[in-house]
Design a protein around this ligand. Structure first.
Ligand SMILES: Nc1ncnc2c1ncn2[C@@H]1O[C@H](COP(=O)(O)OP(=O)(O)OP(=O)(O)O)[C@@H](O)[C@H]1O
Length: 544
């Protein structure tokens, strides 16, 4: 996340050391002027004093600009990395952890982007503190030792309290993760919630309110502790000043003339001390954010090498063969679903319907076929070449429309719909030409009915010109007229064009439109029927 390079450390020191020396110069002049030191009462000292102030101001302006640039770069670079990490993550990981992890990771990144400021403040404050204490030692060793011991006592208290807060900050984050889940449900299930008073009541009273109430209490507690610590730092400082004003001179440890110098130094270093105290709570948040970002990165790590170049640009597809292939969901739920073992081969140009009861494994198989899930056992051979893999050599030859199709808000493909005659023809083919009347991108991505959106997805899929078309219950949302047209006109036309079509379907009235019907049951292929040879079996109902 944040790697301090030697160059950064040098820049930081180039700022922090002169800044501390100049700031200390300012106290030194104040002290000597207050003590009536002759050589500091000369006229030119005013110019020296103002120059010191001017230099520190300039130094801070220049450094803060650079620091800001660095911090924003860190934040935005990491936002891009996070997006990229999710893009590369396997589907199983996204399904396992859910989207809310992404949002909390974004929040953590925002926290983390303050780290450069914090590091700078810490170093400057520490240097100021050290210099102030050294100055006190030059005046009186015993008094400086006592003041230092008092400051250390307060610091130890901070550390103890802060460390005890780290767990609570982490729990607060967990509450927020759940909160985002409810927000997800609220947005995704808005219509269901609007219809059901019970659901509305329950999500509010049983889930959201308890979560927010507990969160509020914890948030308050954490902030109250942080606030109290700040107060202790402020009032503790008054106690140290009281010791300097009354205790140390009375005990004979500090000369009266040095008392002013001590008080000025303590007041001057009170800023850096407060900074350090405040930084403690920020560091606690950093530690939590850092741990969570690391866990996020680990959870979303992708061991597979990303396909940098598309190996199969010419989209050659001849066959795919599954040999003894098995897949198992990698979660620890008991009786988790097992697909396979599957022995199956699919050849170029075939139209295959995948059928089977609910939960029989059709969509799971589609996810393996498209390379979204990696088989746990067995082999997959592409184009009779054992060196080829789905992910590297076949994925880019496939286009798929999943059950919950998504129309992207932008065109992420290489084609454009504007001035595209093929697009216009496809609008007519899919009977959408009365709905989408121009060739603008935004018109193609407007709000559609479910059936229309599936047709639009089909247009986008066909414009990709991939040899393999995979459909998961595509026709389920189509009206009877269009469904018939899809099975009896469109599929034969696509077959003629040489496309390989693999479609999950429950439409038994159109089973005759396929070349092969593959039936799944409990994760296994129980029938693999050639339509031409087995019209009778089809008539007897494949569901039997
Ligand atoms: N991400 C997942 N993690 C664990 N189990 C899953 C996951 N997705 C699906 N399953 C389980 O795998 C089994 C097969 O599901 P799948 O979605 O492949 O069935 P399907 O044949 O497509 O059903 P349908 O006709 O209802 O769409 C089911 O028992 C389901 O509970």
């Amino acid at each position: 996340m944040l790697k301090l390079k030697p160059k950064n450390i040098i820049l930081l020191l180039l700022y922090a050391i002169p800044n501390t020396v100049l700031s200390f110069g300012i106290i030194y002049i104040i002290n000597n002027v207050l003590a009536g030191n002759e050589s500091f009462l000369k006229d030119y000292m005013a110019i020296v004093f103002l120059s010191f102030i001017g230099y520190t101001y300039l130094l801070n302006i220049i450094f803060q600009k650079g620091l800001n640039k660095y911090a924003f770069n860190l934040l935005y670079r990491n936002e891009k990395n996070l997006f990229d990490q999710i893009l590369k993550a396997p589907l199983g990981i996204i399904e396992k952890y859910g989207t809310q992890r992404f949002y909390t990771a974004m929040e953590d990144l925002r926290v983390f982007s303050n780290l450069p400021y914090t590091v700078t403040h810490t170093i400057s404050s520490l240097l100021m503190l050290i210099l102030g204490i050294v100055y006190m030692f030059t005046l009186s060793t015993i008094s400086a030792g006592i003041v230092l011991a008092l400051i250390l006592m307060v610091a130890v208290c901070y550390f103890i309290v802060m460390n005890s807060m780290s767990k609570q900050v982490s729990t607060l984050r967990k509450f927020n993760e759940y909160y985002y889940k409810y927000v997800d449900d609220l947005i995704m299930g808005f219509k269901e919630l609007k219809l059901s008073a019970v659901k509305r009541q329950n999500i509010m009273k049983k889930f959201l309110e308890p979560n927010r109430d507990k969160s509020e209490k914890l948030d308050f507690k954490i902030n109250y502790v942080f606030l109290s610590i700040n107060m202790i730092s402020q009032y503790g400082l008054y106690a140290v000043i009281a010791a300097v004003l009354f205790g140390l001179p009375a005990l004979g440890f500090l000369q009266r003339e040095d008392v002013i110098a001590y008080v000025v130094v303590i007041l001057f270093i009170s800023g850096p001390i407060n900074n350090l105290v405040n930084l403690q709570q920020v560091y606690t948040r950093f530690m939590v954010a850092n741990k969570r970002i690391k866990t996020f990165m680990k959870d979303f790590q992708n061991d597979d090498q990303e396909v940098v170049a598309l190996n199969n640009k010419d989209h050659q597809f001849l066959s795919i063969e599954f040999k003894n292939m098995g897949f198992e969901y990698g979660n620890d739920v008991e009786n988790s679903f097992e697909l396979g073992p599957i022995d199956l081969s699919i050849r170029k140009g075939e139209v295959i319907f995948i059928v089977g009861g609910n939960g029989s494994g059709k969509s799971t198989f589609i996810n393996v076929l498209t390379g979204l899930y990696k088989p746990s056992t067995g082999n997959v051979i592409i184009n009779n070449d054992a060196n080829l893999t789905i992910k590297d050599d076949l994925q880019d030859s496939m286009t798929s429309i999943f059950t919950n199709n998504h129309i992207f808000s932008n065109n992420y493909d290489d084609y454009t719909v504007e001035n595209n005659s093929e697009y216009k023809k496809l609008l007519e083919t899919m009977q959408l030409d009365n709905v989408v009347t121009d060739d603008k991108e935004e018109s193609a991505r407007r709000k559609f009915s479910k059936g229309q959106s599936k047709r639009m997805s089909m247009i986008f899929a066909l414009l990709e010109k991939k040899p393999i078309l995979i459909l998961d219950e595509w026709a389920a949302d189509q009206d009877p007229h269009f469904r018939k047209y899809f099975y009896e006109d469109l599929i034969p036309r696509l077959r003629e064009e040489g496309k390989t079509i693999i479609a999950v379907t429950h439409d038994d009235a159109y089973f005759h439109c396929a070349d092969r019907i593959i039936k799944f049951d409990y994760g296994k292929i129980v029938k693999d029927v050639s339509v031409i040879d087995n019209r009778e079996e089809l008539a007897e109902n494949l569901w039997a």
